[in-house]
Design a protein around this ligand. Structure first.
Ligand code: SF4
Length: 894
């Protein structure tokens, strides 16, 4: 297939979050791709969020890695693969199997994951393979295994609609799992009895539909859930029949809970909450049989993440609220295929097909199935420890697949030191320049979304196909093929002789059913015999799907049987622990990191989309007004956020959604987009002792105002060399690049400096204005009356109307009025300012919305949609529209 050939509409799956929405992709003759939600997919029923809707804008070949490289020079596949095999072989021969490691990713397809895990654990004989899903949901895996004896998500998405109480814990689902959040919001609209409680230190967009928001002190969740367990006991709300027949350990769990929080006031004090709010929550939980607790990174990314998971599960077990429609604890994953990684055992402490690395029986079974020469005998190094071992020189050869650990791991400076010291680093990726690829000795070009073919599993255990609808570019290859080729060179050709992703899938499915006999939760043995054609058209299917069934099962544990040796669920007695590192006088703030609405991970894909970049064009630090005042920080200033591990400089946002004493910084920005925006350079490497998951939500930091000599802003059709400016943030536009700037030295001569930096020829028109008294300089470069670049600088953050200026780049010729207003940085009289983009789908800005709400007296999201179309496509902006309505409701004001 060439890129100009146009297959029909292809059913595939979104590559972003763990909701796993079905996507219809329609390649067009001009190379573009039409994207819409798949109405037939059970996860999203035709809906997509802003990120999913913009997928068509991210499939260009700009920035792609298209050929193998060795030390920066193009190489053939044979040469590159030979070198990887030689380096791994030499390390194993000289230093043993534990001297090599793979670091893989929830972006891999299950088939890729399976082959990588098989090679490492069954053929190289080490368990040194870990996945970036360690950063996302390892605590849920560990909590599930402690409680259920298996890593089982008990329920399904439908339970969130059937519930009458949904508790969102540490989850900004409105931004991070938007389609699932919208399903909950619609269910709530149609069921007036349904309540939603948000438990999160921040008042996030998810609070817009919450009946109660508990702004819990960071890291205190175990106190809260222990308090609830005691309250349930004290109020006679325990399901004793379920406890007696299907659980163990209740007494010890209750005793531990009583020791930590035996009353509502004690719980409230421990959690920094009001007594009446805690009482309200406990009362809601107590009286609502149909309760689902949905949790995410705010629970998992903690040095007590596993305990938090078990604290939640304890309360569901105590009330028997599990395994029945509308009930259960529900972990939602961040990544599109975190669940697939768990299925194949790509965590360093797992074996394939949900078997146990520490069970001799399981190890023998897997080795026999693979007919492999070895099997890892003990758990390998988990992500953070793995990179510590790399820095210590224990790992001699490292292969990173489809991930960017130099950005995404905590204490990112340590990871960079480790990579720079490692004797051999291979990176398989579809992107040429990332913060990680710069450390690679060998680069291996992998296929990207739309080109690759395989399966992913979403948060409700539903396996869906990602299908090819674009031709393979350059020499890029599927990840499973790349790994198999190295395996062949290491002498394991017979076991890695796969012809297709379907071949790998059949083997993965067969292993899941191998000697299973219902002893293991993960069983898709019923799919082990699918033909190539059946695999090609495989519809989304939930597991378990053992041989002999027609449909998968939506829920586990409705029969009260668990996968522990006794068959009973296990309560875990929990003594709450403080976060790994406490705040002190030197570092008095708590740094919390997370996602923004329209970007994904390290922005290698979403950074390509103009409309996605407009919602949040630069990294920020959110502060409570009280803290901002004490620090002398105003909205829009630059702030320095420092910890013992590193620092970042970000734009201040000041609002009451943030808990006093804390600062929120998004995790996405890296060296490719920002000079000082790397949040994980600041994050501490404290770990959960059970799961090994890092504590991204609690790092002691200090915050201070950063006072550069000048602040600046530029838009340019050509990319600019940012090395000339100390502080810079880049965002992409459709026909321009956008830069936020600052520096500690003011140029001697602004016109000379600006003209040289923008590379404006002397022959072209140059408009500028210098206010010497105020220290403000503004300039615009025009060619035949077309805007090529504009630049604004001054001693304070630049207040120019960025969206209007960006819009001028769409014109081939500037109108006289636009030209006159250019250096003012504001639209001419009579033209409205649009403000920061709120609705990414239709490019509707905040000022446009506020004006319409006020002048047209709009009172509902539907009225805004009818007037401006905002919110009528993906719906991701609905919480922000509701917040604007609440803030500017003219009827209420009147
Ligand atoms: Fe993709 Fe959005 Fe669906 Fe997540 S909610 S899978 S990002 S479309």
């Amino acid at each position: 297939m060439s890129r100009s050939e146009t297959p029909a509409i292809v059913q595939t799956t979104c590559p972003y979050c763990g909701v796993g929405c079905g996507v219809l992709a329609e390649p067009k003759p001009d190379g573009s791709v039409g994207i819409s939600g798949d109405p037939a997919h059970p996860a999203n029923r035709g809906r997509l969020c802003s990120k999913g809707s913009a997928l068509g804008e991210t499939v260009s070949l700009d920035g792609r890695l298209l050929h193998p490289e060795i030390h920066g020079r193009c190489a053939g596949w044979d040469e590159a693969l030979d070198l990887v095999a030689e380096k791994f072989s030499a390390a194993i021969t000289q230093h043993g199997p534990d001297s090599v490691a793979f670091y893989v990713s929830g972006q891999l397809l299950t088939e890729d994951y399976y082959v990588a895990n098989k090679l490492m654990k069954g053929f190289l004989g080490s368990a040194n393979i870990d996945t970036n899903s360690r950063l996302c949901m390892a605590s849920s895996v560990a909590g599930h295994k402690r409680a259920f004896g298996s890593d089982t998500v008990p329920g399904c998405y439908e339970d969130l609609e059937l519930a009458e109480l949904v508790i969102l814990v540490g989850s900004n689902a409105a931004w991070c799992h938007p389609v699932l959040y919208q399903r909950i919001a619609r269910a709530k609209e149609s069921n007036p009895k349904m309540k939603l409680v948000l438990i999160d230190p921040r008042r996030t967009a998810s609070a817009e539909i919450a009946d109660l928001h508990l702004a819990i002190a960071p890291g205190t969740d175990v106190w809260l859930w222990n308090g609830l367990l005691v309250y349930l006991f004290q109020n006679g709300m325990l399901d004793y029949a379920f406890l007696d027949n299907h659980t163990q350990g209740y007494g010890a769990a209750l005793a531990a809970a009583r020791a930590s929080a035996s009353t509502i006031p004690a719980t409230a004090q421990a959690c920094g909450l009001q007594d009446e709010d805690v009482a309200h929550f406990f009362h809601l939980f107590t009286r609502t049989e149909k309760t689902v607790t949905m949790y995410s990174q705010g629970v998992n990314q903690s040095s007590s993440g596993t305990d938090k998971v078990n604290a939640i599960i304890n309360c569901h077990l105590a009330t028997g609220r599990i395994g029945r429609p509308g009930t259960g604890p529900f972990s939602v994953t961040g990544q599109p295929n975190a669940m697939g990684g768990r299925e194949v055992g790509a965590l360093a402490n797992q074996l394939a097909a949900h078997m146990d690395l520490e069970s001799a029986t399981d190890r023998e079974r897997v080795q026999r199935f693979w007919n492999s020469p070895a099997i890892a005998a003990r758990p390998g190094l988990k992500a953070v420890d793995l990179f510590r071992a790399v820095e210590a020189g224990q790992i001699k050869a490292l292969w990173i697949m489809a991930t960017n650990p130099a950005v995404s791991l905590p204490d990112a400076g340590q990871v960079r030191r480790a990579l720079s010291k490692c004797e051999f680093v291979a990176v398989s990726d579809c992107v040429r320049a990332t913060d990680t690829t710069r450390y690679a000795h060998v680069l291996l070009p992998a296929l990207a979304w739309g080109e690759k073919d395989g399966t992913v599993t979403n948060s409700e255990r539903r396996i869906s196909r990602q299908r090819t609808f674009l031709a393979r570019p350059g020499e890029a290859k599927p990840d499973w093929w790349i790994v198999s080729q190295v395996a062949c060179r290491l002498g394991f050709g017979t076991a890695f002789n796969y012809r297709s992703a379907a071949d790998v899938f059949r083997e993965h499915a067969a292993l899941s059913g191998f000697e299973n006999n219902d002893s293991r939760d993960f069983n898709i043995g019923g799919l082990s015999g699918v033909s190539d054609n059946e695999y090609a058209v495989l519809a989304p299917v939930q597991w378990p799907f053992p041989a002999g069934v027609v449909n998968g099962k939506p829920r586990f544990f409705g029969d009260g049987k668990f996968f522990t040796p006794s068959g009973k669920a296990q309560f875990v007695a929990l003594k709450p622990r403080a976060p790994g590192h406490a705040v002190d006088d030197e570092f008095p703030f708590v740094l919390n990191t997370g996602r923004v609405r329209d970007h994904w991970h390290t922005m290698t894909r979403t950074g390509k989309s103009l409309r996605l970049s407009q919602h949040t064009p630069e990294p920020y630090g959110e502060l409570h007004p009280q803290d901002a005042e004490k620090l002398g920080v105003r909205e829009g200033d630059l702030i320095r956020v420092e910890s013992r591990w590193g620092e970042a400089i970000v734009r201040a946002r000041v609002n009451r959604d943030q808990l006093p004493g804390s600062v929120f910084v998004p995790l996405h920005w890296n060296d490719q987009f920002a000079s000082h925006g790397l949040a994980d350079a600041v994050v501490n490497p404290a770990l959960d002792p059970v799961s090994g998951q890092p504590e991204f939500k609690h790092t002691p930091v200090r915050v201070s105002l950063y006072r550069p000599a000048w602040h600046g802003f530029a838009l340019s059709r050509a990319a600019l060399d940012t090395r000339a400016v100390v502080f810079h943030v880049r965002a992409n536009g459709s026909s321009f690049h956008r830069y936020e700037l600052a520096d500690d030295d003011t140029p001697d001569d602004w016109p000379v400096w600006a003209r040289a930096w923008l590379a404006a020829p002397e022959s072209d028109e140059w408009l500028d204005y210098f206010d010497a008294a105020a220290g403000r300089y503004r300039a615009a470069w025009l060619k035949n009356n077309r805007l090529e670049a504009c630049f604004f600088a001054g001693p304070a953050p630049v207040a120019a109307e960025r969206e209007w200026l960006a819009g001028l780049f769409a014109h081939e010729v500037l109108s006289p009025v636009d030209r006159m207003s250019l250096l003012a940085g504001r639209p001419p009289r009579g033209q409205m300012e649009t403000g920061r983009t709120v609705c990414a789908c239709f490019g509707v800005g905040e000022k446009t919305l506020v004006e319409a709400i006020r002048t047209r007296k709009l009172a509902t999201v539907a009225e805004i949609g009818a007037c401006l179309k905002a919110g009528t496509n993906c719906g991701s902006c609905m919480p922000e529209l509701k917040a604007l309505l609440a803030q500017h409701d003219v009827r209420k004001i009147a």
